[in-house]
Design a protein around this ligand. Structure first.
Ligand code: ADP
Ligand code: MG
Length: 288
């Protein structure tokens, strides 16, 4: 299985939301990481055939994603997902199954299986309006899997989840990449750090880095420094280099900086993390 973006561009009036993106996705979990407004949702809607590119094309196994047949192998959890608050979880999945033209028996077997996977079996008959944010999101994943999709697109599925729910969610998603293409967007570094086989860093409509965690961190490896200096020096250094962390301590101001050379006499090199890289590219922008 291979999904290809070939010089895909999408513009809203003056705003270029997706800017000549070329990408090839094969089996595995891809983490699309970027600040709010980077173009993640637009890229995903293009990938789902909900939106048409202004130029370029998106092909799955050689066929355009606009084709009807692509719907059958696609699973999609939109950023804003509409639930029916008075439906039970089971009724909701059965209803969506019938919309997808699934025979009743298969829909009910599949719904049960997916509620199990999502850890919702015990609340299958409870109304959705009684669910927590995390339970709703897990139901969202369940519905996206009804047709056992080869391509699964999850747009900010962990938004609004507490850390515990987040971990539950990640565990579900990491299993799903074994036999399909999973693309998951987030603006939270830790969501992709552990489950993504490949990280795509998106900024201003473009994919600025693509690779494994190790590969992607290479961009700033050897350039992360830590030092504790007096307030004058701290101010000067922060004006000169991107700061990853600033903390007032008894001995002075602790700084973590990205810098090509040793920024201060007593500075020591630190191992770079994905969060460093993210802050380096996105500091001063939107929500982090
Ligand atoms: N329907 C729209 N009309 C006009 N501008 C839009 C529309 N949707 C998104 N945008 C703009 O396109 C850019 C990318 O948005 P989006 O794809 O939602 O990014 P993300 O999902 O990364 O937050 C943003 O600047 C946003 O304001
Ligand atoms: Mg979005």
């Amino acid at each position: 299985m291979e999904l290809i973006f070939d010089r895909v561009t999408k513009q809203y009036k003056e705003k270029i939301a997706v800017d000549r993106v070329s990408l090839s996705l094969t089996q595995g979990v891809y983490g699309l990481l970027g600040a709010n407004g980077a173009g993640k949702t637009t890229l995903m809607r293009l990938m789902c055939g909900v939106l048409r590119p202004d130029s370029g094309e998106i092909l799955y196994n050689g066929t355009k994603v606009e084709e009807e047949a692509y719907r059958d192998i696609l699973g999609y959890l939109p950023q804003q997902f509409g639930y029916y608050p008075d439906f039970s979880a089971m009724d909701f999945l059965m209803y969506l199954g019938s919309l997808k033209g699934m025979p009743k028996k298969r829909a009910s077997e599949k719904s049960r299986e997916l509620l199990e996977l999502a850890g919702l079996s015990h609340v299958a008959k409870k109304k959705i309006k009684t669910f927590s944010g995390g339970m709703k999101q897990r139901l969202g994943i369940a519905q996206s899997l009804l047709n056992n999709p080869e391509v699964l697109v999850l747009d900010e599925p962990t938004a609004g989840l507490d850390p515990k729910e987040r971990v539950k969610f990640r565990n579900i998603v990491s299993k799903l990449g074994n036999d399909r293409i999973v693309l998951l967007s987030t603006h939270i570094v830790s969501d992709v750090e552990h489950i993504a086989d490949v990280i795509l860093l998106m900024k201003d409509g473009a994919i600025i880095h693509k690779g494994s965690l190790e590969e992607i961190i290479q961009a700033i490896e050897g350039k992360v420094w830590e030092c504790t200096v007096d307030s004058h020096a701290a101010e000067r250094l922060m004006g000169q280099y991107p700061a990853l962390n600033v903390r007032e301590e008894k001995e002075g101001t602790f700084l973590r900086l990205v810098c090509g050379e040793k920024p201060a006499e007593h500075a020591v090199q630190a191992a770079a993390t994905l969060e460093d890289l993210y802050l380096y590219y996105f500091s001063g922008e939107g929500q982090m």
